[in-house]
Design a binder for this molecule. Sequence first.
Ligand SMILES: Cc1cc2nc3c(=O)[nH]c(=O)nc-3n(C[C@H](O)[C@H](O)[C@H](O)COP(=O)(O)O)c2cc1C
Length: 133
Amino acid sequence: MDLYQLFYLSRSVAAPDDLDRLLASARRHNQRRGVTGVMLFSGGHFAQLLEGPAQALRETMVFIDADTRHTAVTRLVEGPIARRRFDNWSMAFFEAPGADDLIHHLLAGAPVSLERAQRIMERMLAHCPPTEH
Ligand SMILES: Cc1cc2nc3c(=O)[nH]c(=O)nc-3n(C[C@H](O)[C@H](O)[C@H](O)COP(=O)(O)O)c2cc1C
């Protein structure tokens, strides 16, 4: 299967109460489309890794781009992958308060190189404990 990943950052304008609803809806749609991944919420920002077939990721990003609970949706890493990291998860969720400043600076600053973006992604994902069902 043609597997792709997409990692983006965004600025949250979600109310605390929005998160449960947002996640439930994301998981429902992702399960239907064969999309997996992880959402990191740092308080003021989101970072999200999506994995799945290219067409499924394109469809998903249309909804994500249009969602008014966040702004400044900025794709950092996009490309083919050999296997999924979160294959048991229609969308894992972790709070990552320590990442808030970094994401703020990244969104406010100049675009980052792919190499740096990949390092940043790996560093953020390293904070996600191993996931289970
Ligand atoms: C930070 C963030 C992450 C999101 N992640 C996903 C996602 O993984 N999959 C998805 O289909 N929609 C995602 N969305 C979009 C919303 O869940 C959106 O409401 C939904 O796709 C629209 O469907 P609904 O009207 O049935 O709720 C995300 C939105 C935000 C703000």
